[in-house]
Design a protein around this ligand. Structure first.
Ligand SMILES: [Zn+2]
Length: 328
């Protein structure tokens, strides 16, 4: 069992590693995980030790990661007996490193829902009227999470507002098709197992409103003002006037205004510029728009338009370009 969450001292709240990443890159908040203090999410465990009994992070600040981000025990981290996270404790016999390595594997905590409204993080808890005393000892989120740290936590609804989290579940567990078929995901009004909620871009005409993904063929960088992502695979589609299916290219556009106003602009530009320069296989994941067949003016001959499935990305929070070695 991996840490699903860690308690963040300054926010007095439990965060996933994806929340931490989101906060690190958000230019509208002052947050640097390297300066924050994270502790065991088990309340009993946390209260039993000094505040200096901390957890570490892995890939919390790396914009372009391949290995699954997570919280980890430090060699000094202690847990009370019976803490569900105690099995993660590096053994005293000096095999900490080996334990740490196995801990770097796939993402085990599948959010059952991607919330489309961003989670708000409040550094000093603002108590709702009359709830000030309750809040200190029993943070609101814990109550909402169905309370006690126990096995019930495993089956409790677990939601996230960070797109990278379900994407990491899909990517790191890609080889385990049965698992992806079993795990449910809800986004907006739509529910489906991970295996079908993530739709290969070539099959996008099957269903609207899914998370589409595909290997990137080319990224066109229009002087870092806007970008066009071309996918490797084509969509086979039969127009009413045609007798059979024909292949059409697929692209998505990112416009300048969207990028300039993005709260994680710097991290986003780092992500996409790294991608433009990369010679590795890269994949794009997005949610919120479904590319449609459109006519666009031909480059050489504007009189002769060509047809392409495309869409304008509307929210960069639901857009990711990354390496995903298992998907190749
Ligand atoms: Zn613990």
């Amino acid at each position: 069992m991996k840490f699903d969450l860690a308690y963040c001292l300054s926010l007095d709240d439990k965060l996933s590693i994806y929340d931490v990443r989101d906060l690190n890159f958000d230019e509208t908040v002052a947050f640097d995980s390297a300066k924050e203090h994270f502790q065991c999410p088990n309340d009993a465990c946390r209260s039993a030790f000094e505040a200096s009994n901390e957890l570490g992070t892995f890939n919390a600040k790396n914009v372009n990661y391949v290995r699954t981000p997570h919280f980890k025990n430090l060699p000094t981290t202690q847990h009370v007996a019976g803490c569900p996270y105690v099995s993660l404790k590096a053994s005293a016999s000096g095999v900490e490193t080996a334990d740490g390595e196995t801990d770097d594997g796939r993402e085990e905590h599948f959010p059952s829902e991607l919330l489309l409204t961003r989670r708000e993080y409040v550094r000093k808890p603002v108590a709702p009227a009359g709830a000030a005393d309750v809040l200190r000892d029993d943070p609101v989120r814990v109550a909402a999470d169905s309370g006690k740290e126990s096995a019930s936590r495993e089956s409790a609804p677990d939601k996230t507002s960070v797109f990278a989290h379900p994407v990491e579940c899909f990517v790191s567990n890609f080889a385990d098709k049965e698992l992806l078929k079993r795990m449910p995901l809800k986004v907006g009004e739509h529910s489906a197992p991970y295996s079908s909620f993530f739709k290969k871009i070539e099959y996008l005409t099957d269903n609207k409103g899914l998370i589409y993904w595909g290997r990137i063929k080319k990224i066109e960088d229009f002087h870092s003002a806007s970008f066009r992502i071309d996918f490797e695979d084509k969509v086979w589609f039969k127009k009413p006037e045609d007798s059979k299916k024909k292949p059409y290219p697929v692209s998505v556009y990112l416009n300048k205004k969207l990028i300039d106003n993005y709260r994680k602009r710097k991290a986003f530009l780092e992500e996409i510029k790294h991608a433009v320069d990369s010679d590795k296989a890269l994949f794009c994941f997005f949610y919120g728009v479904t590319p449609e067949l459109k006519q666009v003016p031909g480059k050489k001959n504007p009189e002769k338009p060509f047809e392409v499935f495309n869409a304008n990305i509307e929210n960069l929070d639901h857009f990711i370009i990354r390496e995903a070695p298992g998907l190749e």
